[in-house]
Design a protein around this ligand. Structure first.
Ligand code: BES
Ligand code: ZN
Length: 453
């Protein structure tokens, strides 16, 4: 094993250069003008996976392609590990808030700044380099490996679920390993024990057939922006609870998990400071980590209406739109939340406007079944790389494919992430710690060896 780790140490500068190449490709999945860049990123990754020694196919979907790499040399009797990650990234805007441009990776203060550095190109690529290290030194991997890298995670993984259903036999694995999550603090290796689900909508409000003079018409024609604001304001009560009827019916709080989360080393003051918000706030009766990890939310992710340029324009806008998403916890179902949201909107929509809800995407919540050989191997691998045992934490974000992997492939998922608090994922100045890229590569290599046992 030490030859593998020596190889990693000796080749780290090249690994970093390669990651920088990967980060220069603006593979923004949400934007159709980046379709070609997505394709380029898939091809770049496929080539690197081939160089590392995997057999690679780029699988077309009705959306963005899926890159599948395989190495089956450990034989039928050995376990198979499926490593999943995503090569697509979130839109980089607002560009003017970046210190260095989003697709010109820059190393500052031990951090790799670029869109996609931590989410998820750096965390995906370190697994490819761990595989390379084994194959170049030992000529083999300790286990069979399948790598699945998708280009649609940031837009809901719509085509990956049918893909794994259609290829369940080929993708059959004993364990699924994912690095796309965050550690609770620097130097504290973290295994994420839960993910929230998501249900994402656009809410459209239409009034008059065209924008109107707000003096000539205002007061006599219902304003779609005001109507939208009223609908949005109706979604929470003064205690921060979601007012949609039936919304909490399926929310299951596991008292034991709640107690475990209370012990996670979470620095609340630092968390607030990172956000820059004057104070934290949320659902009454729950702590910050509970609000993040075991309670559902309703958020407005975007708002559009009327005149927002310089100065004033007296206009009554013809339409208004909000992007609204819900984070979900066990046992909530995004399809049921959609039905309840539609019913709520219909009930509270003011007269005089037309209201339409458009569903964007959904994903199920997930809770890990901790323990067993996979989690024991991960604890040993993380301890080897970081010099201390991992902690178990919750996660507020969503990775829609995770529950589907467990359902379709019947294997447990391990979330072993190397992000850090304040990493600015989805925001300007996203970064990944270079040290975590290095230690993550060691941990990934050690995990493959530990899983052979
Ligand atoms: N890497 C994140 C998941 C994540 C979020 C981990 C926060 C740790 C903390 C993932 O790429 C992501 O952002 N997922 C989306 C999924 C959605 C678009 C379906 C999310 O959570 O918004
Ligand atoms: Zn991600």
């Amino acid at each position: 094993m030490s030859a593998v780790h020596d190889y990693i140490d000796a080749n780290l500068p090249r690994f970093r250069e390669e990651l920088f190449e990967f980060l220069r490709i603006p593979s923004v999945s949400a934007r159709s003008e980046h379709r070609q860049d997505i394709r380029l990123a898939a091809e770049w990754l496929a080539a690197k996976m081939r160089e590392a020694g995997l057999t690679v196919a780029i699988e077309a979907t009705p959306g963005h392609p899926i890159v599948v790499g395989e190495w089956r040399g450990a034989g039928e009797g050995a376990p198979t590990v499926l490593i999943y990650g995503h090569y697509d990234v979130q839109p980089p805007e607002p560009l003017e808030l970046w210190t260095s441009p989003p697709f010109e990776p820059t190393l500052r203060d031990g951090r790799i700044y670029a869109r996609g550095s931590v989410d998820d190109k750096g965390q995906l690529y370190l697994h490819i380099k761990a595989i390379e290290a084994h194959l170049r030194t030992a000529g083999r991997l300790p286990v069979n490996v399948v790598v699945v890298a998708e280009g649609e995670e940031e837009v809901g993984s719509e085509h990956l679920i049918p893909f794994i259903e259609a290829h369940a036999a080929r993708l059959k694995a004993d364990a699924i390993v994912i690095s796309d999550t965050t550690m609770v603090g620097a130097g504290i290796p973290t295994i994420s024990a839960s993910l929230r689900g998501i249900a994402y909508f656009e809410l459209h409000v239409e009034g008059p057939s065209t924008d109107l003079h707000s003096g000539a018409y205002g007061g006599a024609v219902v304003n779609p922006a005001v109507a939208l604001a009223r609908i949005l304001a109706s979604l929470h009560d003064d205690e921060g609870r979601i007012t949609i009827e039936g919304f909490y019916d399926d929310v299951r709080v596991d008292p034991e998990y709640r107690r475990e989360l209370a012990r996670v080393p979470f620095d609340e003051a630092k968390f607030r400071e990172e956000t820059g918000a004057p104070a934290l706030g949320g659902e009454a009766g729950f702590s910050t980590v509970e609000r993040l990890w075991i309670r559902p939310t309703c958020d407005v992710n975007g708002l559009l209406s009327g005149y927002t340029g310089e100065g004033s324009k007296t206009v009554l806008p013809a339409r208004a739109m909000a992007k609204v998403s819900f984070r979900l916890v066990p046992d909530q179902d995004p399809r049921r939340v959609e039905r309840l949201f539609r019913e709520h909107v219909e009930r509270v929509a003011p007269a005089g406007v037309r209201v339409a809800v458009r569903a964007l995407h959904g994903g199920d919540p997930w809770r890990a079944r901790l323990g067993g050989p996979l989690y024991e191997a991960a604890a040993r691998a993380l301890e080897k790389a970081f010099g201390r045992a991992p902690v178990y934490a919750g996660e507020g974000g969503s990775i829609p494919i995770v529950p589907a992997f467990e359902r379709v492939l019947g294997a447990p998922v391990l979330l072993m992430g190397f992000g850090l608090p304040g990493e600015n994922a989805h925001a300007p100045d996203e970064w990944m710690s270079l040290e975590n890229f290095e230690k993550g590569t060691h941990a990934a290599a050690a995990l493959l060896a530990e899983l052979a046992g």
